[in-house]
Design a protein around this ligand. Structure first.
Ligand code: ADP
Ligand code: NA
Length: 332
């Protein structure tokens, strides 16, 4: 039996969004506060699977760390660190490149979406990304991985890699980690297109709400959000077939720690013209303290770097013995 341990990561590939906050950061804070050892990574090695300007990457990594802390993660309780500062991630990633099969990778929907029709011109790293993600998780013998819905398939692949490694080498060395996908905002959708997820990696989507947005732009983005012409449904009518309404109700519920049913009981029958200002006020109330704190932290980048260096030391204390044992099992 493995001791419960939580691992998750976010790419420093642009500004954090409301989707990252509700699907990941807010839930990281919950798991930190439940007392389980929690390890949260800035996954910069994943970010460079697509082009990143070096100065922007450095800044995005610091800003991501500020976002973690401003959302409520305590660098004394949780381990916050930068992936590239713990070299065993790349090392175990290589071992897992040799465990994972090409066919497994080809089935990943994120690979298909991101590489698109131009797969021949995508980086080899983008293709291998899920094997590195398996290394991120298994390097700490993590048992639980809080993520948004879009990462479910990658955590399942991590389970396959752990299972195959254990089987191939006749060991019971790696735990089979569980994805933890909970709450009402496991997939926050774009505010202009209810069929696409809100993503920091999609620079063309100007409707996305960033954690660093000021109150006016948060309110404006919510006011402009695409909806249908009907009033909000009652709890009994429900949100099936109404993706835009469902998205806004789910965002409201997640921000307010309510269920979808509780929100519908409160707002069912109202027009969007009434609901959108309620949602905007709530979003501003919840997000503006985070944005203010991020701005404050970003004024002392040296302190952020020191937090990340200390986090990397703590991460290496766990990772290095697991890496050494892995090499020994493989015959190295
Ligand atoms: P992005 O797709 O915004 O670049 P990442 O790939 O770095 O984000 O993912 C970081 C975490 O945020 C993951 O756990 C992912 O599942 C979660 N996440 C990303 N977008 C959303 C969203 N729209 N709704 C819910 N969770 C999300
Ligand atoms: Na993603």
């Amino acid at each position: 039996a493995f001791t419960p341990r939580v691992f998750s990561g976010i790419q420093p590939s642009g500004g954090l969004t409301l989707g990252n906050y509700l699907g990941a950061l807010k839930r990281f804070v919950d798991s930190q506060n439940s007392g389980v050892q929690s390890i949260y990574c800035m996954v910069d090695l994943h970010a460079i699977t697509v082009w990143q300007d070096p100065a922007s990457l450095r800044n995005a990594t610091r800003e991501l760390c500020a976002g973690y802390i401003a959302s409520g993660l305590d660098p004394e309780k949780s381990i916050l660190f930068n992936q590239s500062q713990v070299s065993a991630h790349a090392e175990l990633g290589w071992v897992f490149n040799c465990v994972a099969r090409m066919g497994w990778m080809q089935r990943m929907t994120q690979w298909k979406d991101k590489a698109g029709k131009n797969a021949q011109n995508a980086s080899l790293g983008l293709f291998a990304y899920p094997a590195l993600m398996a290394a991120d998780i298994l390097l700490y013998h993590a048992t639980h991985v809080p993520v948004g819905e879009d990462q479910k398939q990658h955590v399942e692949l991590t389970r396959d890699i752990a299972t195959k490694f254990n089987h191939d080498f006749g060991v019971d060395f790696f735990p089979i980690p569980e994805p933890v996908i909970e709450g009402t905002a496991t997939r926050v959708m774009s505010l202009r297109d209810g069929s696409k997820k809100m993503s920091k990696s999609d620079p063309s989507d100007m409707s996305r709400i960033n954690l660093t947005d000021d109150s006016d732009s948060i309110a404006a983005k919510i006011r402009k959000a695409k909806t249908d012409p009907d009033a909000l449904p009652s709890e009994a009518e429900g949100l099936e077939g109404r993706p835009e309404a469902k998205n806004l109700v789910n965002i409201y519920a997640a921000l307010n720690d309510q269920t979808q049913a509780q929100v519908l009981a409160e707002v069912g029958g109202r027009q969007f013209s009434e609901f959108k200002p309620m949602l905007a006020d709530l979003a501003v109330a919840k997000l503006s303290p985070i944005s203010t704190e991020m701005g404050r932290l970003m004024q002392t980048p040296d302190e952020i770097d020191a937090i990340l260096r200390r986090g990397a030391e703590r991460a290496r204390e766990i990772a290095n013995p697991i890496m050494a044992r892995t090499l020994d099992i493989v015959g190295m």
